[in-house]
Design a protein around this ligand. Structure first.
Ligand code: PGA
Length: 247
């Protein structure tokens, strides 16, 4: 059976002291997890977290990656640079990047391509806003977002991870019900199935207020292969409980 993946997304939180404590507490409570585990840390802390996590069961993720390979792109960080610091996954197309930084479906698709070209697994985020859900457009929106990534990445598509993150559930405490999440995951799975014969091995994560209390019910759904965890990833015990829910 495919291993699940629990990935933390720290967003713009932490500092040297807090990161060391959080990772120390997680590592102290983590004995042979049944799932893959990763933490998505702010880029400036990649070196710190790389040295703390070396040789452990926790992989390193970045929260973004440049769509360019190298050159005059002030402030950008390339996939090659991330690879230098042991980054295994790159979150791309998070709704906060789409919303606050104007990232389009096409840009997200190119970012995924850059990550793949450097041997980094992109965690491609898709998800509808509340208005889109209420207008009955959920499937249409997530399919459009994923279609761009499939179109640009061709046969490499089986190497990606997809995270379904309904925008209305992110950081709001409102989680999609397991049935709501499963419904969208099934739509995404079918779309991937039409694109590649290897669709079964693609991990589909759920994200959006997943926490210690609701994780088990979400993770038991047939097409939910893990979670992308924001707020709860900043609390060692909660993160550990979510990891344990994969067993
Ligand atoms: P949340 O964030 O768990 O705090 O809702 C999830 C995410 O944005 O990845």
């Amino acid at each position: 059976m495919k291993k699940k993946l629990i990935a933390g997304n720290w967003k713009m939180n932490g500092n040297l002291t807090a990161n060391a404590k959080l990772l120390g507490d997680i590592l102290a409570g983590l004995s042979q997890p049944a799932c893959d585990v990763a933490v998505g840390v702010p880029a400036v802390y990649l070196a710190q977290c790389q040295s703390v996590l070396a040789g452990t069961a926790i992989d390193l993720a970045s929260q973004d990656v440049s769509s360019h390979e190298a050159g005059a792109y002030t402030g950008e960080i390339s996939a090659g640079m991330l690879k230098d610091f042991g980054v295994r996954y790159a979150i791309v197309g998070h709704s906060e990047r789409r919303q606050y930084h104007g990232e389009t479906d096409e840009l997200v698709a190119i970012k995924a391509q850059r990550a793949l070209a450097s041997g980094i697994t992109p965690i491609v985020c898709v998800g509808e806003t509340l208005a889109e859900r209420e207008a009955g457009k959920t499937d249409e929106v997530v399919k459009r977002q994923l279609a761009a990534v499939i179109h640009t990445n061709g046969h490499c598509i089986s190497e990606i991870v997809v995270a379904y993150e309904p925008v209305w559930a992110i950081g709001t405490g409102k989680t999609a019900s397991p049935e709501q999440a499963q419904q969208v995951h099934a739509v995404l799975r079918a779309q991937l199935h039409a694109a590649t014969e290897h669709s079964a091995r693609i991990k589909l994560l759920y994200g959006g207020s997943m926490n210690a209390a609701n994780a088990a019910a979400l993770l038991v759904q047939p097409d939910i292969d893990g979670g992308l965890i924001g707020g709860a990833a900043l609390k060692a015990q909660d993160f550990l409980t979510i990891i344990a829910a994969c067993a």
